[in-house]
Design a protein around this ligand. Structure first.
Ligand code: ADP
Ligand code: MG
Length: 474
């Protein structure tokens, strides 16, 4: 795909706009804390970004916005189908302690009876334009149901990209660089959940880690909630604090550090390394047993596993949850091929296929946060190692997409910009809030783009593979 501006830029132009981009980013609060000082805001830097926005056909961007509400509803409904979740994850859990522990929590709360005031789902569905299809169709990489983040800080990149495009002589910036309403939409969902909970003094607790380079993404959201309603108390807390100090009242109100919780919002607690002892697990259990909204609750968290996403791609499974034929079609159009590796004939067939042509696949465990997938010849190695053990049940196999490339420059601290072949992953956010009577809010909630140099397998900004980016519609 052509970049939005003809490249390369002359050296003198490039060095000037890169300088402008850094200052503009800092001026708009598009920042991270530094790697050397992740617990303090005394030193910050502009967040790594692409100099120019990344192209995506307008038609596809609009389709992805539209399908988001269907995905919201789909994952909400899966999260309420406890038997489905149990059944589908039971094999994967055998050799996956993390999934197994989450399932145990689900069993405990189901036995006792769930009293949560409702569901607050904040999702992000990620896509690549798949160059293995003639039409470069956007295909889903994954959907995130926990800590679906980076949208708030990335919304501050839109004015930067608009300014840089204007500097380079492109003036139609409002039309080709869409507004990003992410902060407003996420804030609206939090306020709605807090209102449903119905206790004015109850707080929204952000569950965070003490070392957080990406803190401004969280703080921008906090300020967004306060802008909607300044009276809402927003508190930052660690899993360890909830596990040690959290108390459940007889009527199952959750009290953390003396304050009642209306919402427990996890920005931590989605990978095994966030749990260093049983105290962190106590935190998840006590929150789950309480009346508070947990974002996500444990069943929505489990609904977001790679295993459930693989099962959804099988014929008839989306249809179990969504009856509207057009919605089913729109959802299915986004799926790439996915295969079970479970012990059994289907799994054996998938393993044979992957061992024969590992370059055509990605092998994924039920893990989040980047850096976990297996690619290329490592797939063959891993499968040969585990094909006779139950461990294979804790992975799925996905068709490897070859994203359509473009060209661009990265703006990264202490890195000289050079023209690079780049590929992008487009993330669309969604919000859904329900109470005991059903869905109250279901929205598309803004977007982000993450862009990496061709040839890098993983895509996370956190793991240093990608830079933040915005879409350029053409
Ligand atoms: P995580 O939960 O760790 O974010 P993902 O499924 O998003 O897991 O995979 C991480 C990264 O791996 C993605 O951001 C993307 O860059 C790459 N990736 C994942 N699935 C595919 C695929 N099917 N084809 C090509 N690249 C993929
Ligand atoms: Mg991902």
């Amino acid at each position: 795909m052509n970049p939005p501006i003809q490249l390369p830029l002359a050296d003198s132009v490039l060095s000037e706009v890169v300088k402008q981009s850094k200052d503009c980013a800092l001026s708009h609060g598009f920042c991270f804390r530094t790697a050397a000082n992740p617990s303090s805001s005394d030193t910050v830097n502009f967040a790594p970004h692409s100099l120019l926005p990344s192209p995506i056909p307008r038609k596809y961007f609009d389709e992805l916005c539209e399908v988001q509400q269907h995905f919201n509803l789909l994952f909400y409904r899966i999260s309420l189908d406890y038997d489905f979740i149990r059944e589908m994850l039971k094999n994967a859990a055998v050799s996956d302690d993390f999934t197994s522990r989450l399932l145990e929590i689900l069993e405990t709360v189901l036995k006792e009876g769930i009293v949560s005031a409702g569901v607050l789902a904040l999702l992000r569905s990620d896509y690549m334009l798949d160059g293995t299809t003639d039409e470069m169709l956007p295909k889903q990489v994954e959907i995130n149901t926990i800590a679906s983040s980076l949208g708030c800080v990335t919304s501050h990149l839109t004015p930067v990209h608009r300014y840089i495009m204007q500097l380079l002589g492109k003036y139609d910036v409002e039309k080709s660089l869409p507004d990003n309403t992410h902060v407003e939409e996420y804030s609206k969902a939090f306020v709605k959940a807090w209102e449903v909970y119905g206790t004015p003094k109850a707080a929204i607790f952000f569950v965070v880690s003490s070392k957080e380079r990406n803190i401004f993404d969280q703080r921008i959201l906090e300020f967004g909630i306060k802008k909607e309603n300044f009276d809402i108390l927003v508190k930052r807390v660690t899993l360890l604090e909830i596990g040690s100090n959290g108390k459940l009242k007889d009527d199952r109100r959750l009290i953390i550090n003396g304050i009642e919780a209306a919402v427990v919002y996890y920005r931590n607690g989605y990978v095994p390394s966030h749990f260093t002892s049983d105290i962190e697990w106590d935190a998840v259990l006590i929150a789950e047993r309480s009346r508070a909204f947990c974002c996500p609750n444990v069943s929505l968290h489990l609904a977001g596993t790679k295993k459930i996403q693989q099962i959804l791609a099988k014929p008839g499974v989306v249809e179990r949850f969504i009856s509207d034929a057009d919605a089913v079609k729109a959802i299915r159009a986004r799926f790439a091929g996915q295969y079970s590796l479970d012990v059994g004939p289907d799994g054996d067939e998938a393993i044979a296929m992957a061992i024969a042509s590992p370059e055509k696949f990605v092998m994924k465990p039920n893990k989040e946060g980047g850096g976990n997938n297996i690619y290329g010849v490592d797939i063959r190695k891993k499968l040969l190692e585990i094909q006779n053990s139950e461990e294979r049940n804790s992975y799925i196999l996905m068709e490897r997409m070859i994203p359509v490339p473009t060209q661009g420059y990265r703006v990264v601290p202490s890195e000289a910009p050079r023209l690079l072949p780049m590929v992008s992953e487009y993330g669309m956010f969604g919000t859904l809030v329900s109470d005991q009577n059903g869905v109250l809010l279901n929205e598309y909630a803004g977007h982000l783009v993450r862009t990496k140099v061709i040839g890098v397998d993983e895509g996370g900004v956190g793991v240093g593979a990608s830079v933040l980016d915005t879409p350029y519609l053409f």
